[in-house]
Design a protein around this ligand. Structure first.
Ligand code: PA5
Length: 445
């Protein structure tokens, strides 16, 4: 069987010499030891490393049973969560499902809520739910995050009005196994609960029930997703930069960062990759962006963005490199028609498929951007199957952890996220924040 993912370094060679990997190898080995022996910063959050083999099999089976129930009794599943509590499931669902509708026309529609504070978004989701059979999966490790907690307050009220006592059979909570407001409420109300393991942080949680329940409700094969991750876990279980593609990718990012590149653009040539790029941005952004360090993670979808940001990539500041996620075997393809009149002059394409044209756009862009001084790392995914995606997810997780340790930061905390929350609570008059409120209001005058 083909390996699901190939790291192609051809378009980085102009910018990196092989001795740079040799020089980095001892540091990679040391960082690998921190992961392997759980001896680095944030070492309480390494549960994802062996998760593809150590996951709770009984709970996994319950996720599948519950997903089947929701698929049978619901038209809509509202998934409430923010950050790591929704980006992974959204990424996988949008990657695997058709852009319009669902693959089998019988999966419930998945609506994401509680990931912003927009009144329009909230009202539109409520409108979409009208007249439909609704279930809710509320996901929060802490159980206290404002955005999902507010959304859940609204959805709980809606379900209780609609279904009375039976609302509890339509609400599923994914949260801490023992503590937190959401766990307490769930136990009191009798909601079915799923566990976010203590040793797995939000952005590493897509292969726990956080991601798996919504993904299974969408009709995506979670066995295949886990099998792909398992295979990646075995493939990336060496510190050798010559053999471990995840570490090699992390090393390349580190080398570019140290050469003055400040931003990595993840590029996809399929619009369904856009949400996966959002997941990557959270993974890298929260793991690496601290202590005044870290690459800024950006993303673009080509050829769409070649007609806007492409200008910047070609000729703007030379602080960029790109990582292109290319899918070798597309989900589908079609041939271009021949037109007898050829008024649009496109008959030179009529013996080609759309994928061939897309591939040539990809190759042409890579050559142009490399010529313009932007290194391109290519990640070639065999196909868009759940198996390959599971493999890719694990690849990114392992690479990100290593890159964080190489850069001397804790890849598993996110202390900076608290700053806006404290200010927001103070401005909204939360008890206990009175002094801070006065201070902030003075600044806003
Ligand atoms: O990666 C993270 O830890 C964060 O993005 C959290 O997932 C996010 O803040 C949501 O937190 P919680 O699940 O506690 O509601």
């Amino acid at each position: 069987m083909n390996t699901p993912l190939t790291l192609n370094e051809r378009f980085t060679q102009k910018f990196v010499s092989s001795h740079e990997f040799t020089a980095l190898q001892p540091f990679v080995s040391a960082a690998d030891t921190l992961i392997r022996e759980k001896s680095g910063l944030g070492n309480g959050f390494l549960g994802w490393v062996r998760l593809p083999e150590n996951y709770d099999k009984e709970e996994f089976a319950r996720v599948k049973r519950t997903a089947e129930k929701i698929r049978n009794d619901s038209d809509v599943l509202v998934v409430i969560g923010i950050g790591g509590s929704y980006l992974g499931s959204r990424a996988v669902i949008e990657f695997c499902q058709p852009v319009f509708g669902t693959s089998d026309n019988k999966s419930p529609e998945i609506l994401f809520l509680g990931n912003n504070l927009s009144p329009s978004h909230m009202v539109e989701v409520l409108n979409k739910c009208k007249g439909k059979r609704i279930s809710v999966n509320v996901i929060s490790k802490s159980g206290t995050t404002t955005e999902p907690a507010l959304a859940f307050r609204v959805m709980k009220d809606l379900l209780e009005k609609e279904y009375g006592e039976d609302a509890k059979y339509r609400i599923y909570a994914t949260t801490d196994k023992a503590k937190g407001t959401l766990k307490k409420l769930s136990d009191e109300k009798g909601y079915e609960t799923f566990v976010i393991p203590d040793d797995i942080g939000g952005r590493y949680s897509v292969l726990t029930p956080v991601g798996l329940l919504p993904i299974a409700v969408a009709g995506i094969d979670i066995n295949a997703l886990m099998a792909g991750a398992f295979s990646a876990m075995n493939d990336f279980n060496t510190d050798d930069l010559g053999k471990n593609a995840a570490y090699r990718y992390a090393a390349l990012r580190t080398i570019f960062s140290r050469k003055g590149k400040t931003s990595e653009i993840t590029v996809g040539y399929e619009p369904f990759i856009a949400s996966f790029c959002e997941w990557i941005k959270q993974l890298h952004g929260e793991s690496e962006g601290k202590d005044n360090k870290g690459l800024f993670p950006a993303s673009m979808i080509f050829s769409t963005d070649l007609h806007s940001l492409g200008q910047y990539v070609q000729q703007g500041q030379r602080n960029l490199f790109e990582t292109v996620l290319w899918i070798n075997n597309p989900k589908t393809d079609m041939s271009i028609l021949s037109d007898p009149n050829n008024l649009d002059g496109l008959n030179f394409l009529s013996d080609k498929t759309l994928n061939e044209i897309n591939r040539n756009a990809f190759m042409g862009t890579v050559l142009a951007h490399v010529e313009g001084g932007v290194p391109n790392i290519l990640l070639e995914l065999n196909d868009a199957s759940p198996y390959s995606l599971g493999y890719l997810i694990y690849f990114y997780e392992k690479a990100c952890a290593l890159a964080g340790y190489l850069n001397g930061v804790n890849p598993f905390d996110q202390p900076g996220v608290e700053s806006y929350k404290k200010n927001m609570f103070a401005l909204l008059g939360k008890p206990g924040y009175e002094d801070m409120r006065a201070e902030l209001e003075a600044k806003l005058k």
